[in-house]
Design a protein around this ligand. Structure first.
Ligand SMILES: Cc1cc2nc3c(=O)[nH]c(=O)nc-3n(C[C@H](O)[C@H](O)[C@H](O)COP(=O)(O)OP(=O)(O)OC[C@H]3O[C@@H](n4cnc5c(N)ncnc54)[C@H](O)[C@@H]3O)c2cc1C
Ligand code: SF4
Length: 330
């Protein structure tokens, strides 16, 4: 590992000014950043540690809004009784991520900023050609082992999957990321993450030095009947092969769908809202046939690579099963 300076931030405002200096990285739980420094992907000259700062740890829930501080630990938010009651999908997405040790250490802000798990990206010594790491160098995954890569949102430059779980739940429910820079602003999660296009090294819309201070989730009826289903190669400590965050609201008759939310993880280059599925289901009766038929739309436009075509079959099944679980059919 290369030598670097370590600075303990005084407060968020000074951390923002410090973080704007080129070569600087924010350090929260360190579970992503330190890994990337060890494998030579990140080579910061200076770390600004914000992990001890007060005022960014709280989770508050009322009838309108769930607010989660950027430094709240994943495990604390997952275990929050109000979050579990009002927004099961958020709690479930966090419980199914990583391992107990990681969840106890990792922050919500760091979780949103995690990087892809593409093995070529994370091994610069063996694979110099990675457009995300070194723009213009090529993409080793295109001709390599691409089983874990994206079927949606990919480009010729990069086919890496966005690996996180929480952001999938957040994008389904129109959550916003609150950031502090020269001013404070809120960014819808759907706009926070960028498609790779021909600039896969630019993954989000944070300006240099901007710091995530929290996340806000509007409380809508579909959030109360929500669910996160994650399908993976082993039952714990594994990223999604395909996942779905869903929510349902019914008309007073109890079976006509008034509102429905669907987003997918593990299959796309960013947390993927499946609006075509939602559109096909609004106003329809809730039954298995209707759900399975609408779920097929989630892979519209999908493109398989040599090893990941199974996701084109898997994703609609995961979406359908998540919806049926949320609605009590399985
Ligand atoms: C083995 C392993 C398995 C995992 N499995 C899963 C999984 O299944 N699902 C899942 O979702 N995640 C998984 N993760 C990722 C894990 O959730 C993240 O490592 C963690 O959430 C990052 O949080 P942190 O506080 O440790 O961030 P750090 O490592 O401190 O920071 C990560 C990045 O975010 C930036 N950053 C941190 N906080 C802020 C902020 N407030 N504002 C702006 N930038 C910030 C840092 O500069 C850095 O670039 C796994 C990680 C590991 C190591
Ligand atoms: S898929 Fe993206 S991250 Fe992986 S090697 Fe290709 S350019 Fe790099």
């Amino acid at each position: 590992m290369r030598a670097f300076d370590y600075v303990r931030a005084r407060d968020v405002s000074s951390a923002h000014l410090d973080a704007a200096v080129p070569g600087t990285r924010i350090l929260a739980g360190g579970t992503t950043l330190l890994d990337l420094m060890k494998c030579g992907v990140e080579r910061p000259e200076r770390l600004i540690d914000i992990s001890h700062l007060g005022g960014l740890n709280d989770t508050t829930v009322d009838d309108q809004l769930i607010h989660i501080g950027a430094l709240a630990k994943m495990s604390h938010v997952a275990a929050n009784a109000h979050v579990q009651r009002q927004a099961a999908v958020v709690s479930e997405a966090l419980w199914r991520a990583a391992s107990p040790q990681l969840r106890n250490m990792a922050s919500i802000g760091g979780n949103l900023m995690q990087r892809t798990r593409c093995t070529y990206y994370r091994d610069p010594a063996a694979y110099p050609n990675c457009n995300k790491r070194s723009p213009g160098s090529g993409c080793a995954a295109l001709q390599g082992v691409n089983r874990n890569h994206a079927i949606l949102g990919a480009s010729e430059s990069c086919v890496a999957v966005y690996p996180g779980d929480l952001a999938v739940a957040l994008v389904a429910f129109d959550a916003k990321v609150k950031v502090l820079g020269d001013t404070e602003r809120s960014i819808p999660v759907d706009d926070f993450y960028r498609l790779p296009g021909d600039t896969p090294h630019i993954e989000h819309t944070l300006a240099p030095g901007e710091i995530i201070v929290g996340v806000e989730v509007p409380v809508v009826p579909a959030l109360k009947q929500s669910h996160y289903l994650k399908v993976r190669d082993r039952v714990s400590y594994e990223f999604a092969a395909a996942s779905a965050a869903v929510g349902l609201e019914f008309e007073p008759d109890g079976h006509t769908i008034r509102d429905v939310r669907v987003a997918m993880g593990g299959v796309a280059t960013k947390p993927w809202r499946a609006r075509s599925v939602e559109q096909a289901l609004r106003g329809k009766p809730f039954n298995e046939k209707v759900i399975r038929s609408a779920a097929e739309l989630c892979v519209d436009g999908a493109q398989g690579l040599e090893h990941n075509r199974f996701k084109i079959t898997l994703a609609p099944r995961v979406v359908a099963r998540a919806l049926m679980a949320a609605g009590g059919l399985v």
